[in-house]
Design a protein around this ligand. Structure first.
Ligand SMILES: Cc1cc2nc3c(=O)[nH]c(=O)nc-3n(C[C@H](O)[C@H](O)[C@H](O)COP(=O)(O)OP(=O)(O)OC[C@H]3O[C@@H](n4cnc5c(N)ncnc54)[C@H](O)[C@@H]3O)c2cc1C
Length: 290
């Protein structure tokens, strides 16, 4: 079991991982590719101490290189959901299940807006993971809404199991989509159905489907971990980066403004030190109960 699972391999997550590793904890980072960090897109950064004029890509390469050099394990994968398990948490990492005593959420700004019907039909036709739920739609019609070329992998897999796959790209250039998939360039408006999904309403038409796969880089934090207190899009934390759930911390852009690397890195370090204290207290408690 991991001591600390970190969700997001941006500045906040990597900063937390480095300090966690130095404090001898079993730490692992689960993150989308480096290029999805917000800072990767910055042309030039002049306000991070010691790195004047660096590009976002260079900064991320340095941060990631530093983490790897001291032995931090980084798994490039998306965390789909986190379930509380008494004194630990179970992570669904693209259908691989990993248990951790503590969790640090460092997932950046949730770039996704919620589609009408998304909450209502989640688990009843709406899914965030093709690998996890694809087999349930064998022989059926589904639609995939993708916000980047990464979603094309999921759609291609669904084309192998589903009777019909529609694909709605929320970006311009398609990269490697299977030819069996029908591309629909229209804005999704609303997921419809009675008890389960029956279709997707678009700007000028609608699709009759049993499944709606929403494949985006980030999953709203409130969806990632049920019961997590949020304030709008931001995870609610105190000064020690503790959330309302025991053993769960948050750091960086996902806790709200200001959106700055220095703040993300500082919060990552605060969060992990708090996780270390929590783990040490857990260990003492376990020893007393032996
Ligand atoms: C164009 C631009 C220029 C900027 N310039 C500056 C600047 O000059 N100075 C400055 O201080 N700040 C700048 N910023 C802000 C800075 O980028 C952010 O404050 C910083 O990246 C926050 O770090 P973070 O780790 O919290 O989030 P991010 O860097 O966004 O990293 C979060 C990571 O988590 C991943 N993730 C999300 N959900 C999941 C999941 N479920 N499973 C796995 N991974 C997940 C994301 O894909 C992403 O890789 C700029 C931002 C932009 C967009």
């Amino acid at each position: 079991m991991l001591d600390i699972a970190i969700i997001g391999a941006g500045p906040a997550g990597l900063s937390a991982a480095i300090t966690g590793k130095i404090r001898n904890k079993k730490v692992k980072v689960f993150g989308n590719p480096m290029s999805t960090s917000y800072i990767y897109k910055a042309e030039r950064i002049d306000n991070y101490i010691g790195m004047l004029g660096v590009t976002g890509k260079e900064m991320m390469e340095q941060f990631t290189g530093h983490a790897r050099e001291i032995g931090v394990e980084i798994q490039t994968a998306k965390v789909i959901e986190i379930f509380p398990m008494g004194k630990s948490y179970m992570l669904n990492v693209e259908n691989e299940f990993i248990e951790a005593k503590t969790v640090i959420l460092a997932s950046g700004i949730a770039k996704t807006s919620i589609l009408p019907g998304e909450n209502e039909f989640l688990g009843r036709g709406v899914s965030y993971c093709a690998t996890c739920d694809g087999p349930l739609y064998r022989g059926k019609a589904v639609v995939v809404i993708g916000d980047s070329t990464h979603a094309e992998e999921d759609a291609n897999y669904l084309a192998e199991v589903c009777e019909k796959v529609y694909y709605i790209p929320l970006y311009k250039e398609i990269d490697h989509l299977d030819e069996r998939i029908e591309i629909v360039r229209s804005k999704p408006k609303k997921i419809i159905g009675e008890n389960v999904v029956a279709g997707l309403e678009l700007a000028e038409s609608s699709l009759e489907v049993s499944g709606v796969f929403i494949i985006k880089e980030s999953i709203p934090t409130s969806k990632l971990l049920a019961g997590l207190e949020v304030d709008g899009a931001a995870v609610k934390v105190n000064r020690m980066m503790e959330t309302n759930l025991p053993g769960v911390y948050a750091a960086g852009d996902c806790t709200g403004k200001p959106f700055q690397v220095a703040k993300a890195v500082g919060e990552g370090s605060t969060a992990v030190l708090q996780a270390v204290s929590y783990l040490n207290a857990l260990n003492r408690e376990e020893k007393l109960n032996l």
